[in-house]
Design a binder for this molecule. Structure first.
Ligand SMILES: NC(=O)c1ccc[n+]([C@@H]2O[C@H](COP(=O)([O-])OP(=O)(O)OC[C@H]3O[C@@H](n4cnc5c(N)ncnc54)[C@H](OP(=O)(O)O)[C@@H]3O)[C@@H](O)[C@H]2O)c1
Length: 215
């Protein structure tokens, strides 16, 4: 069975994605800076995914044991965590979900030398195939486990096979993956997520998403 490690998987987004993928039959390793916190999160995820395979581990151990790695950490933690898991991620698909907010309300993105969090992740993990995706998939929606998560997931990266694989992960939670271009498109996807966070604030919603027509 394919094993997916979710680094920073103890947080809202990681728990939402991980629990959904566990319910869809994938083996999940929840990663944390603290192994005991990861194990507690795994126990919680199992309560929403009875009979599934979910374990907790340090971020490093989870990345090493996984076939595919997902990042659900704040941008502030990216450099330290990715430096520690660089060897463990070599040759693997690494999915970056980061929306690098400097300020939440109103949303303002950080300025980054690489242009985006996704491109930063690819620079920090030169031997991995980084795919940026899931920026616009709200944790509030993911955590309503009894309801489908409709809508589209824009997926970008420089490796076509990796993007196809990440689109399959979107499909596992009922969403449609759409190829949005190379890793340089991550800047636009992160900006789109910031626009949506602002819309949530203005319309007093928690889970506005995106759905494209004509494709
Ligand atoms: N929340 C959403 O709706 C949503 C939607 C789309 C994308 N995202 C993106 O997903 C990522 C996680 O979002 P979230 O809302 O789940 O965040 P979160 O709950 O604040 O953080 C996720 C986890 O990251 C770890 N972490 C926190 N600060 C850290 C630091 N300075 N260095 C390293 N690790 C740190 C923590 O895990 P440990 O303490 O266990 O190590 C925490 O549980 C963000 O980049 C966000 O932009 C979120």
């Amino acid at each position: 069975m394919e094993t997916i490690a979710i680094l920073g998987g103890t947080g809202k987004e990681g728990m939402g994605l991980g629990t959904r993928w566990a319910r869809a039959g994938r083996r999940i390793l929840i990663g944390s800076r603290d192994a005991a916190k990861a194990q507690d999160a795994a126990t919680k995820a199992l309560s929403d995914a009875p009979g599934a395979s979910v374990d907790g581990a340090t971020n490093e151990d989870a990345a090493r044991a996984a076939d595919l790695v997902v990042l659900t950490i704040p941008y502030a933690g990216m450099e330290a965590i990715l430096s520690a898991v660089r060897a463990a991620c070599a040759g693997k698909i690494v999915v970056d979900t980061t929306v690098p907010l400097r300020q939440f309300a109103p949303p303002v993105l950080d300025a980054m030398p690489a242009g985006s969090a996704g491109a930063t992740a690819q620079r920090l993990l030169p031997d991995a195939r980084v795919v940026a995706a899931f920026h616009t998939v709200s944790s509030a929606k993911l955590h309503k486990f009894g309801e489908p998560v409709e809508g589209d997931v824009l997926v970008c990266g420089d490796d076509a096979d990796a993007k196809a694989k990440v689109s399959e992960l979107a499909g596992l939670i009922g969403m449609r993956g759409i190829d949005a271009g190379g890793i340089d498109a991550a800047a636009a996807l992160e900006q789109l997520a910031a626009v949506i966070i602002g819309m949530n604030q203005r319309y007093k919603k928690k889970s506005i998403g995106v759905q494209f027509t004509g494709i």
